[in-house]
Design a protein around this ligand. Structure first.
Ligand SMILES: [Zn+2]
Length: 97
């Protein structure tokens, strides 16, 4: 037996209004630093674009933030050298006999 399974995506924005419209596009946007996705039909994708296009004009791309440690190659070596003399690593005491 040969079977084929089709997955159909519906426009999320239309689904809110209880309408089933096939989604042909994916809208990606970021909110509070989190990238999110919406399945969208052609119409909603265009609506989204006209809504956000003006914002793009006066916004700037965001560079991905890294964990603070690797953030920058040390450009100021003198600042790091001052910190090296403080040795607080031997704070651990063995409680076992
Ligand atoms: Zn739609």
């Amino acid at each position: 037996m040969v079977t084929e399974v089709f997955t159909r995506k519906y426009c999320d924005q239309h689904a809110v209004r209880d309408e089933k419209v096939e989604a042909t596009e994916v809208i990606q946007f970021a909110w509070e630093g989190q990238v999110r996705e919406i399945d969208a039909c052609d119409e909603c994708k265009k609506e989204h674009e006209t809504r956000f296009e003006p914002l793009v004009d006066y916004s700037r791309p965001v560079k991905k933030r890294r964990a603070a440690k690797k953030a920058e190659p040390a450009k100021t070596p003198s600042a790091e050298a001052a910190d090296a003399s403080a040795d607080g690593a031997s704070d651990e005491e063995s409680a076992e006999a």
